[in-house]
Design a protein around this ligand. Structure first.
Ligand code: SAM
Length: 358
């Protein structure tokens, strides 16, 4: 296997060009992507994300009148597009549990030049894929951590079967969405023995259809998932294990700041991606802002605090004022959590991923 040389992204590396984007933060990073959490609710209780012991009947989700409306979200997205944002990802929580999400998709699809996508657990795609595609959604990412039914049901802790998620992926493909990316979070001792099986399945199923399997390192997001470094399978190991069965070679990034590193099967059977936010931090290239369910801005997945935008939105502010407020938050940004992560920082209280959007 060809050894990939990972770029060094140390704190002392020169600040990168911010890619011609109009706004730059204190480390020279441009603003390119926006992730929007349309709901902090989910119909799964994945043990590494929304453990049932914490997200139980007593858990206080964001109250309905505090959740941004579709009109508010679309307005913010338009302002972001004016600031140079090229890509919007709808996420959550589970975005498809938000009623009539296709209406929001239709509003966002009207914004010129915006690459719109969505991350979902796939459970509701069989019902919604066509409406979403008709509304203008061209591609989708589906999370599926295991093809083994018992392992998957235990991981989602909602007794949800693999077959139904695969039905969702098929429904999205039949509705014309492509590429379909499949996210697999890998946790040592839980599903890492299925890495090669997953690669085998999706290189066969995805052949010629543009499906791309992506392996995600288990992260210390939020404060509830009991993260330990020992549970992380480094992406380099994922690549090594797959390459022993199906030789891989590195592929070029599609664009600067792309989250997943691409690896191509040497026999032409497509590609995989690895997202290594623990072992190969990519803070230096991070060009993402997040909008929480209730309208706060976050510049890091591991943040402890956000910046309220909803007061402006609901207080009658003009678009210019909203734009200036977003720009001010970005210009002051200096976070690079994954580069300075230690066992101690991992224990710090952080906002939950379901709230700011995964
Ligand atoms: N409900 C949707 C879904 O399941 O894809 C969207 C939200 S979910 C928070 C987005 C992505 O984050 C999923 O692929 C999920 O597996 C991933 N994720 C959640 N917690 C994670 C963690 N601790 N480490 C790595 N990835 C995580």
């Amino acid at each position: 296997m060809m050894q990939k040389v990972f770029p060094i992204r140390s704190a002392n590396a020169p600040a990168p060009d911010h890619d011609g984007l109009p706004l730059a933060d204190t480390l020279g990073r441009g603003l390119r992507d926006l992730r929007i959490s349309v709901t902090d609710r989910c119909n799964f209780r994945c043990v590494y994300c929304m453990p049932r012991e914490v997200f139980d009947h007593d858990f206080k989700f964001v109250a309905h009148d505090e959740v941004l409306s579709f009109e508010e979200i679309a307005r913010v997205a338009r302002v972001f597009a004016g600031l140079g944002v090229k890509k919007v990802r709808l996420t959550g929580g589970e975005p498809l549990v938000r009623r009539d999400l296709h209406r929001l998709v239709a509003m966002l699809a009207e914004i010129p030049g915006l690459d719109l996508t969505l991350t979902t657990n796939g459970s509701l795609l069989p019902k919604q894929a066509l409406a979403l595609a008709n509304a203008g959604l061209k591609r989708v990412t589906v999370s599926l951590d295991s093809l083994d039914d018992a392992t998957f049901r235990a991981l989602n802790d909602a007794d949800f079967p693999v077959a139904r998620v695969i039905e969702g992926i098929e429904a999205a493909a039949a509705a014309g969405m492509a590429p379909i990316k499949i996210n697999m979070v890998v946790k040592r001792g839980v599903n890492d023995h299925q890495i090669v099986d997953a690669a085998r399945h999706w290189r066969t199923e995805g052949r010629g259809r543009g499906h791309i399997l992506r392996f995600i390192e288990f992260m210390d997001v939020g404060s509830t998932n009991g993260w330990r470094m020992d549970d992380v399978i480094p992406s380099a190991e994922v690549v090594r294990r797959i390459s022993a069965a199906f030789p891989l070679e590195p592929a070029e990034a599609n664009y600067a700041g792309e989250v997943a590193e691409r690896w191509r099967y040497r026999d032409g059977a497509g590609e995989i991606g690895v997202v290594s936010s623990v072992t190969q931090a990519f803070c230096r290239d991070c060009n993402r802002m997040r909008l929480s369910t209730e309208g706060s801005l976050y510049t890091c997945l591991f943040a402890q605090q956000g910046h309220d935008l909803k007061a402006l939105l609901r207080g009658g502010a003009a678009d210019d004022a909203i734009r200036d407020s977003i720009a001010a938050v970005w210009r002051l940004r200096d976070d690079r959590y994954s580069e300075i992560r230690t066992a101690e920082t991992a224990k710090a209280p952080k906002v939950e991923m379901s709230y700011i959007g995964g």
